[in-house]
Design a protein. Structure first.
Ligand SMILES: Cc1cc2nc3c(=O)[nH]c(=O)nc-3n(C[C@H](O)[C@H](O)[C@H](O)COP(=O)(O)OP(=O)(O)OC[C@H]3O[C@@H](n4cnc5c(N)ncnc54)[C@H](O)[C@@H]3O)c2cc1C
Length: 336
């Protein structure tokens, strides 16, 4: 549909403005659909709900664009053989705005889902009231917290084997972790790597027994037990990983394990803080939705993307759930 020249109509009714001695304390704005989060799920929900004439407001949070803004190459977004993560997210924001969504740089500090309209309080002092809410606050990979890990993120250090394994064809890879995710990632990475070393700080894994059996039988996988990674080693120009420095927690022996890719698989933390006392969560903190939909336990509240998903955790699956959330919200609003 040709939308050139169409400027988005003001989407929000200003219904209140509190002042104390002439200082604006914060306004209250009402919207039909409030989208919290600006990753692929949030922006896709914004595109769909804007095109359904719902005039959504999207609040971006502290990481505008979400997790893909901290990576470099993305090679699995359909239609883009090769795009930088931050560029993809700039495109998504522009797309959502072009369709008429209002994208706001702000952070939601509290959310009341017990009363209607739903009420979100933002860091700026603005209060948003909404008939429907789409939660798309995503998740964050847990990291070791090493300065060298930070330095090489996106340049050899990753938290996503599905996303980045392809870049290490024929190369040596190190994975750290001891749960199902670490074992899955290590096994998956054998499709690309010449060798995978799995480092764990204990002498046994937490992963399911059947996964462990597959892992221990795999000819490309070597275990390094009772060890931690103390530093990621690499080159400056070009920036790249060459090894990880490990310390044996029982003997203190220091050993450098050569690798081109270092995958941190010590878990993810879904950003469910806003709703943890209001909505049922899966173990691990992921928001529960009805299977096959984005409906949460509260009618009119929908959840999409990594916030609800401990299995796939991909940009395209998050975007797909963002689409579903917008369609679910639109149908729910139409029925009310
Ligand atoms: C390093 C790295 C590389 C990756 N590479 C790929 C890849 O190549 N391909 C791929 O498909 N996937 C990749 N992924 C996974 C992909 O990034 C995620 O699956 C996807 O971003 C999840 O999208 P999302 O919209 O659910 O949430 P996120 O991208 O996590 O975004 C969450 C959003 O919520 C906002 N938010 C959180 N709390 C609040 C709040 N209180 N108020 C307002 N906003 C809030 C944040 O600011 C953020 O904008 C990668 C992930 C990482 C970490």
């Amino acid at each position: 549909m040709q939308r050139a020249g169409l400027s988005p109509a003001p989407t929000i009714a200003y219904i209140q403005c509190d002042t104390i001695q002439g200082i604006v304390m914060g306004e209250t704005r009402h919207t039909k659909v409030l989208i919290i989060g600006s990753g692929p799920a949030g922006y896709t929900a914004a595109v769909y709900s804007a095109r359904a004439m719902l005039q959504p407001i999207l609040v971006q949070g502290l990481q505008p664009g979400g997790q893909l803004t901290i990576t470099t190459e993305v090679e699995n977004w359909p239609g883009e053989k090769h795009i930088q993560g931050p560029d993809l997210m700039v495109n998504m924001q522009a797309h959502a705005e072009a369709m008429g969504a209002e994208v706001i740089s702000d952070y939601i500090t509290s959310l009341d889902l017990q009363n209607r309209p739903f009420t979100a309080t933002a860091d700026s002092g603005t209060t948003y009231t909404a008939d429907a809410v789409i939660l798309a606050t995503g998740a964050q990979a847990k990291w070791l917290g090493l300065p060298s890990e930070e330095k090489f993120k996106g340049f050899g250090v990753s938290a996503c084997a599905t996303c980045d394994g392809f870049f290490y064809r024929g190369k040596e890879i190190v994975v750290i972790g001891g749960g199902n995710t670490a074992v899955e990632e290590a096994l998956f990475l054998t499709n690309f790597a010449s060798k995978v070393t799995l480092i764990h700080r204990r002498d046994s894994l937490r992963a399911e027994k059947i996964m462990q059996d597959r892992l221990f039988k795999h000819p490309k996988i070597e275990m390094l037990w009772n060890s931690e990674v103390t530093e990621v080693l690499g080159t400056e120009a070009p920036l790249g990983v060459t090894a990880v420095r490990t310390r044996n927690l029982q003997t203190n022996e220091v050993k450098d394990v050569p690798c081109s890719g270092f995958f941190v698989a010590i878990g993810h933390a879904p950003a469910s803080e806003l709703v943890k006392d209001q909505l049922p969560l899966h173990s691990g903190g992921y928001v529960q939705v009805e299977p096959g939909s984005t409906r949460t336990a509260i009618a009119g509240v929908f959840a999409a993307g990594d916030l609800t998903d401990h299995v796939y955790r991909q940009a395209v699956t998050s975007a797909g759930m963002g689409c579903m959330a917008a369609l679910d919200a639109e149908r729910w609003l139409a029925g009310h």
